[in-house]
Design a protein around this ligand. Structure first.
Ligand SMILES: Nc1ncnc2c1ncn2[C@@H]1O[C@H](COP(=O)(O)OP(=O)(O)O)[C@@H](O)[C@H]1O
Ligand SMILES: CC(C)(COP(=O)(O)O)[C@@H](O)C(=O)O
Length: 283
């Protein structure tokens, strides 16, 4: 019987980042910090004559939307000389700053590694996923963060750049109004100059400092869309720590009061910090 593997990889909400360009994808990426979340991508991989990809995305309403084809996944499998029928299910909207592209690559490669006996160690999977994400400009630091769990602080580009992972027991919540096209933003030298200048000076030592850094960065970076201003203002009025989901048109917030405030603006999705990176669910 032909083998099928199912793997999950967590998403990642970037709080702040700075693009770093190296000579190779391995040394290109970002520094920054973000939250690895318990919502991500589940990938099912079954060997097939030809590669096909069926993506289940989730709309802002939470309703599923099926899409066909993914250049990212096709390139990934092609680079290993294998072909498969792949199904990916993204728990949150794609393109809205939840690191769904990184999660899709990590989950698919984790499952493909099992099905095709590729012999990759966890760090090899992360390395290949990072190289693909960076070369396609769909993200810079999401793979490095999502390769493990927690609040990930990255002080150098690439998968070896994670300096600390913290695991605070915090209730998180997010509301999103939709996508921001990541390649246009991280591919713009002007935008990246302002982002670099906004990068915080201090490394966060705890969750509260991470939230402060994130918000200060968001304000100084010039990236905040008008649409999320009222949400941030309502959080500020209620003393709820909140910032922008980089790079998407949405807000993430922390604590008991966050769900009620965010629900006033759209579908509030409760989240937890994910304690682990990619893993096989079924084989
Ligand atoms: N679940 C998925 N399955 C397959 N491809 C995906 C998935 N999620 C994202 N992608 C690919 O990544 C691109 C979007 O990347 P990006 O804007 O960085 O999204 P995000 O902000 O969610 O990481 C999509 O155009 C698609 O090609
Ligand atoms: C912020 C971003 C550059 C993109 O994140 P996303 O839109 O979720 O792909 C991220 O990869 C980072 O380096 O912190």
């Amino acid at each position: 019987m032909e083998r099928t593997a199912v793997a999950f990889a967590p998403g990642h909400i970037s709080g702040y980042f700075r693009r770093i360009d190296g000579d190779t994808p391995r040394t290109t990426g970002s520094c920054g910090a973000g939250l690895v979340i318990d919502h991500g991508v589940t990938a099912t991989v079954r060997p097939a004559e030809q590669t096909s990809v069926v993506i289940t995305d989730h709309l802002l309403t939470g309703d599923p939307l099926i899409r066909y084809g993914s250049g990212l996944i096709e390139e990934l499998l092609g680079s290993f000389g294998v072909s498969a029928a792949v199904e990916t299910v993204a728990d949150l909207p794609i393109g809205a700053g939840f690191g769904m592209s990184a999660a899709a690559i990590l989950a698919t490669l984790t499952a493909a590694n099992a099905v095709f006996d590729l012999g990759l160690a966890e760090c090899d999977i992360a390395e290949r996923a990072h190289a693909l994400e960076v070369s396609c400009n769909t993200g810079l630091g999401d793979v490095a963060a999502a390769a493990g769990g927690g609040l990930a602080v990255r002080t150098a580009p690439g998968i070896t750049g994670v300096a600390a992972r913290m695991f605070p027991e915090i209730d998180l919540c997010t509301v999103t109004f939709g996508a921001m096209f990541t390649p246009d933003i991280i591919g713009s030298p002007d935008r990246m100059r302002r982002v670099s200048a906004a990068f915080p000076d201090r490394l966060p030592e705890n969750f509260a400092e991470f939230m402060e850094n994130s918000r200060q960065f968001a304000e100084a970076s010039g990236l905040i869309p008008q649409k999320i201003r009222p949400v941030l203002a309502a959080c500020d009025d209620a003393g709820v720590p909140a910032s922008m989901t980089m790079l998407g048109c949405g807000v993430f917030a922390a604590g008991d009061d966050a769900p009620e405030i965010l629900a006033g603006f759209g579908r509030a999705v409760p989240l937890k910090i994910c304690p682990h990176g990619p893993k096989i669910l079924e084989m």
